[in-house]
Unconditional design. Structure first.
Length: 381
């Protein structure tokens, strides 16, 4: 009697463990709970979980980047619209029929265009400034509250973001690419001429800052100034602003030096000409103003080409992230299917086993109940 009861309890314990396993499988949709249940399945499960986690993170990051890319694309399109409007305003001032008061009105309109350009150049998305280069935590274009001069404080480097395991791609365009005209380029051994106030960068994104006390250019990388320097020669006769010349010492194939002119400085010169003053505030003649406006219109046309090229480069990089999103989504789907096939519970089988277990429970409890009714008293009666 005692042995029979012990055997029944042992079998009941086995059924309870089976019930726990089936309950876990039906609720978690996973085949095993512990690695000891099936070491091969557990190893595959850990591998696939790691892959799924990685690609979910990649997909999330790419989706955030894609949203920023869309915002950047819209902002650059708006900048092109504003530059087109600026060209129209300059053309109106140069058509020969505009009175002094009309030019003052055009100057006000141009000032409004400058504000809009600054707003779009400092566009941000998801807490990041889109055209600041690698340091996207602060506005890349800062305006002096007194002089109104706009300066680019970002870098020439672009952020590199993961688009797959071990694969990275650059995102966006920098302020150097977007809001600065290239006035001259120099390959290795060629002369580079630039004026004081212009910026010099190489095509690796390094800026060569101007030191007027020597004079020389000092290379700056992502960590700051380096020991690489370029001596400068002031071009004679002296000009205002001063003009300097150097020889490109970068011998790496394909590397160039570029002199950059801030588009906002061009707009400032145009506004001054419309108000018939120079950059010091001194009055100038209408003929002098017209000469500045004509030169300004040529530079604004070049600025449109600069922004258009940046827009094209941005589109190419955005497309890279679109393709990457498709690939990552495909791989994530593939790994999810593998996980289901490898570590996922067969819910149909679980349902059948649960029903069979229910019947076994009923049978066992019925047997235990009948055994409990067996006694000497019942036998005598």
């Amino acid at each position: 009697m005692i042995n029979t009861l012990s055997e029944s309890l042992y079998r009941l314990d086995i059924l309870n463990r089976m019930q726990d396993r089936l309950t876990y499988q039906s609720s978690s949709k996973r085949k095993i709970d512990n690695g000891s249940d099936d070491s091969f399945v557990f190893t595959r499960q850990i591998y696939l979980e790691d892959k799924i986690s990685r690609y979910e993170g990649l997909k999330s990051q790419i989706e955030i980047t894609s949203s920023q890319n869309d915002t950047a694309d819209t902002a650059v399109g708006s900048i092109k619209d504003k530059i087109t409007l600026l060209k129209n305003e300059i053309s109106k001032a140069l058509n020969g029929t505009e009175q002094e008061t009309s030019r003052e009105t055009i100057a006000i309109n141009v000032a409004g265009i400058k504000k809009s350009l600054l707003l779009f150049a400092n566009e941000r998305s998801n807490g990041e400034y889109l055209f600041a280069g690698t340091d996207s935590s602060k506005p890349p274009f800062e305006q002096d509250p007194v002089t109104g001069e706009v300066t680019y404080t970002g870098s020439g480097y672009l952020k590199r973001l993961a688009i797959d395991e071990g694969s990275y791609s650059q995102r966006g365009v920098s302020g150097f690419d977007l809001m600065m005209n290239t006035t001259q380029k120099a390959l290795f051994g060629e002369k580079l001429t630039f004026t004081e106030g212009q910026r010099v960068i190489d095509n690796q994104g390094n800026e060569w800052t101007f030191d007027s006390s020597v004079p020389e250019l000092v290379k700056n990388n992502e960590n700051g100034p380096t020991n690489e320097k370029m001596p400068l020669t002031e071009v004679l006769p002296s000009t205002t602003p001063k003009t300097y010349e150097t020889t490109n010492p970068i011998s790496t194939q394909g590397q160039t030096l570029s002199a950059k002119e801030n588009i906002f400085d061009i707009v400032d010169d145009i506004m001054n000409a419309l108000n018939q003053v120079d950059d010091t505030g001194a009055s100038i003649t209408k003929d002098e103003a017209d000469a500045i406006l004509k030169a300004g219109l040529s530079k604004v046309n070049k600025a449109f080409d600069t922004v258009n090229k940046a827009h094209s480069d941005l589109g190419v990089r955005n497309k890279t992230f679109e393709v990457a999103h498709e690939k990552v989504s495909s791989k994530l789907t593939h790994y999810n299917i593998l996980f289901t096939e490898t570590a996922g519970a067969d819910l149909a089988k679980v349902a059948m086993e649960s029903k069979a277990l229910e019947l076994t429970y009923t049978s066992l409890y019925s047997t235990i109940n009948k055994m409990n009714q067996l006694s000497l008293v019942n036998f005598i009666n």
